[in-house]
Design a protein around this ligand. Structure first.
Ligand code: URA
Length: 209
């Protein structure tokens, strides 16, 4: 699928299977999500621009590779996005962080914004938006609309599971934003849940149901 990368590394796939099981504990689910997020972060940052810096090793001087440009921005779509954010920050501790609060109207499945806080200058930064589930696409599309309004130009989206319907809607709305996911599932059910999926990611992560 154009613009969609499925990160099918064996470690990710194995951990994802454990997360899908309905009897996996809240603690286990959270730990696995954090572990997978570091692996996803590794892939989504694979092509970051590099430059060189003159350093001194104990032996000699060298021009060594370092990340170029401004610090990354990670954007968590609340609340489930925080589960992916943690692992990403472990790998890139200097990243800036934005939070976008969106909830789904359970009748219309529309995304309603209730919170937005982002660094001022996101125009010239790589912006990585995280949300474990790309279901209808409504929340992620709304989040990226908002980030673009604030000037973001270089955006990537990372999720754990995607539904084909969500990918289609997302790529239609934002064809310039590549999607990275660990798996593409079969379809959405009538309640907007991904099938076979893993249930409600926020509830499973925080033990709220
Ligand atoms: N959000 C979830 O947490 N799970 C789904 O299956 C769909 C949206």
């Amino acid at each position: 699928m154009d613009g969609v990368t499925v990160i099918d590394h064996p470690l990710i796939q194995h951990k994802l299977t454990i997360m899908r099981k309905k009897d996996t504990s809240t603690a286990g689910f959270r730990r696995l999500l954090r572990e997978i997020s570091t692996l996803l972060c590794y892939e989504v940052t694979r092509d970051l621009e590099m430059t060189h810096e003159r350093i001194e090793t104990p032996i000699t001087q060298m021009d060594a590779p370092v990340l170029a440009g401004k610090k990354l921005v990670f954007v968590s779509i609340l609340r489930a996005g925080n589960g992916l954010l943690e692992g990403m920050l472990e790998l890139v501790p200097s990243a800036r962080v934005a939070h976008i609060g969106l909830y789904r109207n359970h009748d219309t499945l529309e995304a309603i914004e209730y919170y937005f806080k982002a660094p001022e200058d996101i125009t010239n930064r790589v912006v990585i938006v995280v949300d474990p589930m790309l279901a209808t696409g409504n929340s992620s599309i709304a989040a990226i609309d908002k980030l673009k309004e604030r000037g973001a130009q270089n955006i990537r989206f990372v999720c754990l599971l995607a539904a084909p319907e969500g990918i289609k809607a997302f790529r239609t709305a934002h064809p310039d934003v590549p999607v990275f996911t660990a798996a593409i599932d079969s379809h959405l059910n009538e309640l907007g849940y991904i099938v076979p999926g893993l249930g409600d990611a926020g509830d499973r992560m925080y033990g709220t149901k």
